[in-house]
Structures are given as structure tokens and as C-alpha cells.
Design a protein around this ligand. Structure first.
Ligand code: ATP
Ligand code: MG
Length: 465
């Protein structure tokens, strides 16, 4: 078995001695360097999983040790020890890639916890890399997950048409992954080194869509202070993603049809034609044929756009993909939040499997992220699952309805921040306001807890009339 090795860099024998004692008790291999020079030599000679270094060394700056350690092996963790007065250097250290920092006066508990957290984090990152490479090869394109026949079919079409210049119309409900598929089409085409330009037709005020797409000359209309390129020109050589295509007006539909047929257009306020080489991908979450029947969308434009149709199924039509997606987002958010949670309980997974997911994959992603952030246990259980954008609690048929007890987290917390606050206050009250015990239970440092409480106090002050 690999015993993790730690290099401790500090010129104060009191501190290095104490660190050595604590870490050896936890069975780590520990080496002490009492100068920057010795530290660099040690880094040169040996491999360390973790380096704990003081910022102020007589001969070197600890930041230099941090950089060198990261250069030698980016997976090496570095924890920086700073004096109270140098929070700026701590922030700088985090930017350069330190895993965490401790301010002088840290407790033994704090150092033990931080080191333990680092090794759990490192293990997760490794597992995640492995999993990702497996997922990528077994289940589809890069980070697009889906083992259901419907999604496998989508992946096949993507592989087939990506290298061509064919216009693609991606249809699917909100959050089904339309943009993700559009990006994959661009990435897998010969245009990948050119821009992928995105424009949301529903988000631009009606009067501005034309100039947004085709650009305008200086003075073409009030407020046109300088000549501006439109999205078509920006995407020249690359791909143009037209989101929510069914939202554009009949007038613009006609203009778009012309670009698709002739590959040329005019900037607003200039009769000269501009030619571009652009591959077009359009998305819509309404059924275009319905819009055609209602007279809202030109049929000839539809046929021009719909050269290759891709239909993305809603999540409830492919429930077998849910466990894979959950695993994917679980790995993503535990790594991102540096959380060491062992897994997800079957009962929680069952709830995720049964829910209808009106917001599709986006909603699932948010739900898993929320669960990871609020979970302070070894496993994610049903008590960590909140459905819907406002964190509604799941009520399975025949189960008791959500309680009104404000101690249960579900009450009014709608954002992650609010949930975090509730959890922190609840834990403090359970631990009789003992901050050390509360912090330990929450898996955060006493320092972080203190900062959070100060933030809440400031917010509360602001809310008072
Ligand atoms: N098959 C998938 N695998 C992994 N992640 C996915 C998948 N489908 C969607 N996602 C994730 O879900 C979120 C929503 O996806 P995306 O933005 O592509 O949806 P959309 O269909 O464009 O939604 P909207 O109609 O609201 O614009 C993104 O974070 C995306 O990464
Ligand atoms: Mg989208």
C-alpha cells in the first residue's frame, strides 16, 4: 500500500516538530526541511503527495516552494501557512494552486482535518479521471451521457453529420441538452478551431434581431454609433448557433431563408452584400410543424433548416440514463466542492428515478449539486434531495407529506446559500453553539464557520429597517 508522504517546510522547530508529531501519529511519511534551499533539494530528490510550507522562510518565499512543487508535479497538494496579517498572500497562494491555507495559531485538529480532506480529495480526483475516461469511451461523446437507445441514436447522427456543412435543427424540451449537442457538432467538425457563435433569438428585442444577426452601418438607425459586425460575420469559417429559432418574426424569417439559400446578406443600412462561410445549427423547444400550421413559421424556411433533424428525448422518456447522469454530476460536484462523500443511498436514487423531471437534465444536475453541497454525511440520502427550482420536497405516493418543522431543511430555503445558512444554524443549535464541534460536524474549518457567521450577521443588519 502506498503511504502518503508529506514535506513540511518551516524554519521554526516548534511548528515543524509539532506538525511532524501529529502527522506521524496518523502514519504519514514526514520529512522536515528547515529552509527553502533544503525544501527545493528535497523536492528535486523525492516525490511528495503533499507539501506544507510557511510563507516566510529566511532564504526563500514559500510561494516559490509552492510554484516549484506544482511545476514538478501538478497533482502534489500544497498547504500554505501564513501569519494572521497576510491574508492577501493566502489568496495569492490559492490562485497559484495551493489546496488550502492555515493561519498561524491553527489547532492540531485543524491541521489534521485539512490534511485528511486533501487526501480524500486527491483520491476522488483520481477516481473521477478514471471514470471520465471510461464514460467517454463507453457511453458517448465527451461529457454527454446517455446509454439509452434514444441517446445512442443521437450520438450516431452527431458522429455522422458533424464533419459535413449540413444545417442541423435540434429539437427538444428545455434542459434536454440541445446546446451540448450543438457544441459537440462544432467540436467534431473541421470548423473546431474557428468560433462557435451563439445567439438567442428569443432574448433579443424584436427590433434589434436583424442588426444582431447581420450587423449594421454607422448611422443606420438612432444609436448606431459605429459600424458593427453581426453574428453571421463573427462566425465566419465557424458555426452559428441560433437558439429558439421559432421566435423570429416573418420579416426576418425571409431574410434568414435568403442567407441559407445564397450564403449572402446585407448589413442594416448598407446595400452591399456580404458573403460568409457559416455552418448553421438551430434549436427550438416547440414543435415547428405546429407553428407552421398556426401560420407562425414559414414552411420553406423549416425545410431549409431541417436538413438534419435531431430530436432530444425528455429525461422521463429515458429513465435508464438517470443513474449514469447522477453518477456523472455526483463526481463533478464532489470534486468541484472538494467534498468526500462516499456515494448515494439506493433510496435516494429511487426517488431520482421516479421523479418526472420537467426541467430535464438541467434540473437533475441542479438537484444533484444541491444534494452534494448540503450533505454532511457519508452518503447522500433522501433527506438531501430537493426537487424543483424552489427546492420542493419529494413526496412519494403514500408517504407522509413534508413536515412544517422549521428544523427540517425543506422549509423556505430556495437557494443553495440559504440552505447552507439553515444547515449551519441548525448544526450550531444542535451543538449548543460550540463552534469547534459544529465546524467539525459540518466538515469545514472553524475559520470558515466564523466567516460565514459574520456574513450572516452583516446580511441581517442590512435587512433590518
Ligand atoms: N446528456 C447529457 N449529459 C451530460 N450533461 C447534460 C446532458 N444533457 C444536458 N446536460 C447538462 O444539462 C444542462 C442543460 O443542457 P443544455 O443547456 O444543453 O440544454 P438546452 O436543451 O439547451 O436547454 P434550453 O432549452 O433551456 O436552452 C447543461 O449543464 C448540460 O451540460
Ligand atoms: Mg439552450
Amino acid at each position: 500500500m502506498h503511504v502518503p508522504s508529506i514535506l513540511v517546510v518551516d524554519d521554526e522547530p516548534m511548528i515543524s516538530g509539532m506538525l511532524e508529531k501529529v502527522l506521524k501519529r496518523k502514519h504519514y511519511n514526514v520529512k522536515i526541511a528547515d529552509s527553502g534551499k533544503l525544501a527545493l533539494e528535497s523536492l528535486h530528490d523525492g516525490e511528495f503527495d503533499l507539501v506544507i510550507t510557511d510563507v516566510y522562510l529566511p532564504d526563500y518565499n514559500g510561494m516559490e516552494i509552492l510554484r516549484k512543487a506544482k511545476q514538478a508535479d501538478p497533482s502534489t497538494g500544497v498547504i500554505v501557512i501564513t501569519a494572521h496579517s497576510s491574508v492577501e498572500s493566502a489568496v495569492e497562494a490559492m490562485k497559484v494552486g495551493a489546496y488550502d491555507y492555515l493561519t498561524k495559531g491553527f489547532s492540531l485538529d485543524e491541521i489534521e482535518l485539512t490534511v485528511e480532506k486533501f487526501f480524500k480529495y486527491q483520491r476522488l480526483v483520481k477516481e473521477n479521471e478514471l471514470l471520465r475516461s471510461e464514460l467517454g469511451s463507453r457511453y458517448g461523446i465527451e461529457n454527454i451521457i446517455g446509454n439509452s437507445p434514444e441517446m445512442q441514436n443521437v450520438f450516431e447522427i452527431v458522429e455522422m453529420v458533424a464533419p459535413s456543412n449540413a444545417t442541423v435543427l435540434i429539437q427538444g424540451a428545455s434542459g434536454t441538452g440541445k446546446e451540448l449537442i450543438a457544441k459537440a457538432l462544432h467540436q467534431k467538425s473541421h470548423r473546431r478551431d474557428r468560433p462557435l457563435v451563439k445567439t438567442n433569438c428569443a432574448a433579443i428585442p424584436e427590433g434589434l434581431v436583424e442588426s444582431e444577426l447581420f450587423g449594421h452601418e454607422k448611422g443606420a438607425f438612432t444609436g448606431a454609433l459605429r459600424t458593427t459586425k453581426g453574428r453571421f460575420e463573427m462566425a465566419d469559417g465557424g458555426t452559428l448557433l441560433l437558439d429558439e429559432i421559432s421566435e423570429i418574426t416573418p420579416n426576418l424569417q425571409a431574410k434568414l431563408l435568403r442567407v441559407l439559400q445564397e450564403k449572402e446578406f446585407e448589413r442594416v443600412g448598407n446595400p452591399e452584400s456580404v458573403r460568409v462561410d457559416v455552418r448553421i445549427i438551430a434549436t427550438t423547444n416547440s414543435e415547428v410543424p405546429d407553428e407552421i400550421a398556426k401560420g407562425n413559421f414559414r414552411e420553406d424556411l423549416y425545410y431549409r433548416l431541417n436538413v438534419v433533424p435531431i430530436h432530444l428525448p425528455s429525461l422521463k422518456e429515458r429513465r435508464e440514463d438517470i443513474p449514469l447522469l447522477v453518477e456523472h454530476f455526483f463526481e463533478k460536484y464532489t470534486a468541484e466542492n472538494k467534498r468526500s462523500i462516499d456515494g448515494i443511498e439506493q433510496s435516494a436514487l429511487d426517488q431520482l428515478m421516479q421523479y418526472d423531471w420537467p426541467g430535464n437534465v438541467r434540473e437533475l444536475e441542479n438537484t444533484v449539486e444541491r444534494a452534494v453541497v448540503i450533505c454532511r454525511d457519508k452518503h447522500i440520502g433522501p433527506q438531501h434531495i430537493y426537487f424543483g427550482s424552489n427546492g420542493r420536497k419529494f413526496v412519494a405516493a403514500g408517504k407522509r407529506p413534508p413536515s412544517d418543522n422549521p428544523n427540517d431543511l425543506q422549509s423556505e430555503a430556495t437557494t443553495l446559500r440559504a440552505m447552507e445558512k439553515q444547515l449551519i444554524l441548525k448544526t450550531l443549535s444542535e451543538e449548543n453553539n460550540n463552534r469547534t464541534r459544529s465546524a467539525k460536524k459540518l466538515g469545514i474549518s472553524v475559520r470558515t464557520l466564523r466567516n460565514k457567521l459574520q456574513e450572516y450577521r452583516r446580511e441581517d443588519d442590512r435587512d433590518e429597517p
